[in-house]
Design a protein around this ligand. Structure first.
Ligand code: GTP
Ligand code: MG
Length: 236
């Protein structure tokens, strides 16, 4: 197993995958052993590169996974949750906090790439244009980008900008995984309806994955770890 998973595994994850053991069964094991079986062990994280509008993109050798979405949707919060850090990625209730492309080196195995948020109403046109160029350049030029996570707020229908971003990602040749953030802010009974709305407004394809997530409760994190695991195993 490459990289960053499985230090605390009770059994090799391959055993579970190959034998097709159900999620319920995994949870049963977890309840016995008191520990998550799918668990990314974060040993070392650091903010390695911060790219501004005019900076050259880093020439990295490790796989990259990028996080895109409008300002304030929870990109930096998700990255912190995945890295098990409270505030390495800077979060803010003021939208537009992350204006640069930030590369976090995780266990010297992969990079989390925090993209600047779009749709920040107060940004002037010049800033918006720069933002577009920067993100587009990254999507087109990165030789190491393996997976793009597109974050949308689970409470609302995706915006026009979200749809543009979705198309941008697919046009660049990636199949985005949609993360529906702020799951803790809706009632359980609303979940399926909200997911359906996001799927239809974005025009998601049948096999596109959508994962509801909360950085407050960490719900959804294991599903994201599983996808990262697949990236590391070069299945994506
Ligand atoms: N309740 C709740 N609040 C969240 C969640 N995720 C993010 N937030 C809050 O939403 C605000 C914005 O979160 P950030 O992680 O800074 O958002 P961002 O997408 O990085 O924003 P930019 O850097 O502006 O693009 C902060 O106040 C977070 O605490 C969540 O899952 N649940
Ligand atoms: Mg941010």
């Amino acid at each position: 197993m490459v990289g960053i998973v499985e230090e605390n595994a009770v059994l090799g994850d391959g055993v579970f995958r190959l034998s097709g053991i159900s999620q319920e069964f995994l949870y049963y094991f977890q309840s016995i052993f008191g520990e998550r079986i799918w668990r990314m062990v974060i040993k070392q994280v650091s903010l390695e590169t911060v790219c501004g509008v005019t900076s050259k993109l880093p020439d990295t050798q490790l796989p990259e996974v990028a996080f895109a979405g409008k300002s304030n949707v929870g990109k930096s919060s998700l990255i912190n949750a995945l890295m098990n850090r409270k505030s390495l990625a800077r979060t803010s209730s003021q939208p537009g906090k992350t204006q640069t492309i930030n590369f976090y080196n995780v266990n010297a195995a992969l990079y989390f790439v925090d993209l600047p948020g779009y749709g920040y109403a107060k940004a002037n046109e010049a800033v918006k244009a720069q933002w577009g160029k920067m993100v587009e350049r990254y999507l087109h030029k990165s030789g190491q980008l393996k997976q793009v996570f597109l974050l949308v707020d689970i409470r609302h229908a995706p915006s026009e900008n979200d749809r543009i971003m979705y198309d941008w990602i697919t046009d660049s040749g990636y199949q985005p995984v949609i993360i529906a953030t702020k799951l803790d802010k809706i009632k359980r009974s609303q979940l399926q309806g909200q997911l359906k709305q996001i799927r239809s407004v974005l025009g998601m394809k049948g096999d596109d994955i959508i994962i509801p997530f909360s950085s407050e409760t960490k719900q959804g994190r294991d599903e994201i770890y599983e996808l990262l695991d697949a990236v590391l195993e070069e299945k994506i």
